[in-house]
Design a binder for this molecule. Structure first.
Ligand code: PAF
Length: 279
């Protein structure tokens, strides 16, 4: 496994591979890796010749400086996980490597940018697409893999790719859950034992909605899910919605395909998101 810190070194490693028509996959991460990330690497390995994983805690996507500061950075553990997963190249640039000078970034990501996470974390998806574009420029991947857990993020990245007409395929990979249903997340590390127990209500509410989707109306499902979450101590609901997966607008017609239930809540001091595709 090669560990690379500069864009120039990365390009000189990858350009001959690209010229030899080998398929390059990129798995962008912010580190603090868990089994969800490993699953992305495993899926990437099945579809490409060379898998590059980036680890970069991107400052421009954090709306709360405290959140950026306390973002976990367990480097040794990450390297071990990547080595064991059989990752070929790790790209781990510094902040100045990715942002050598101050820059303005604004791209039209469509109205869905301002919904859900976009409402609670203003400017978040501008920062996400800014760094993903830079990583695409550095790696020039044929295919890139993202977790479905950040459902809106995948949508925003697909919108960015189509806005710039980038020659990269975006693949959304299934959410990996703990045995009790908790969606894996780098932020779970901040949950106390009590928070972790309370956090299970998010996947329980989503599962309830999925299991009852064919028999109950959308308003009834929403009411039941919100009641379940609001009745759990230590959990502060930001949103629970049943939405159109392409627009993220609330869905009213169950006959449409591509319907997804999405939730975000603060559990103790930790903000968690989760979702489930319903049809
Ligand atoms: O999902 C993440 O870890 C980040 O948002 C990403 C895509 C690596 C961009 O910093």
């Amino acid at each position: 496994m090669k560990v690379i810190n500069t864009i120039a070194a990365l390009k000189s490693l990858l350009e001959p591979i690209k010229l030899a028509k080998q398929k390059i996959a990129l798995v962008p991460t912010m580190g603090a890796l868990h089994k969800g990330h490993v699953s992305l690497i495993k899926i990437a390995q099945q579809q490409a010749d060379v898998v590059v994983c980036s680890i970069f805690v991107n400052p421009t996507q954090f709306t709360d400086p405290k959140d950026l500061e306390k973002y976990p950075r367990p480097l040794e553990h990450d390297m071990k996980m990547l080595q064991e997963a059989g990752c070929n190249v790790v790209f781990m640039p510094s902040v100045t490597e990715m942002y050598p000078k101050p820059e303005e970034w604004h791209i039209d990501l469509g109205p869905a940018e301002f919904l859900l996470e976009g409402e609670f974390r203003k400017g978040h998806y501008q920062g996400v697409t800014q760094i993903v574009k830079k990583l695409f420029d550095a790696v020039n991947p044929d295919i890139a893999f993202f977790g479905q857990k950040d459902f809106q993020q995948v949508l925003m990245i697909k919108n960015m790719v189509s806005e710039f007409n980038l020659p990269v395929q975006i693949v959304s990979c299934p959410i990996i859950r703990e045995d009790d249903g908790l969606a894996m997340s780098s932020r779970n590390i901040h949950l106390s034992a009590e928070d972790r127990e309370n956090a299970l209500v998010l996947s329980k509410a989503l599962t309830y909605v999925k299991d009852n989707f064919s028999t109950h109306s959308i308003p009834v499902l929403l009411e039941a899910a919100k009641k379940l979450i609001n009745g759990t101590p230590g959990v502060e609901l930001d949103y629970f919605t049943i939405a159109n997966g392409a627009t993220l607008l609330p869905e009213e017609d169950k006959k449409h395909h591509d319907i997804v239930a999405l939730v975000a809540a603060k559990v103790g001091q930790t903000r968690l998101i989760d979702n489930m595709i319903l049809n």
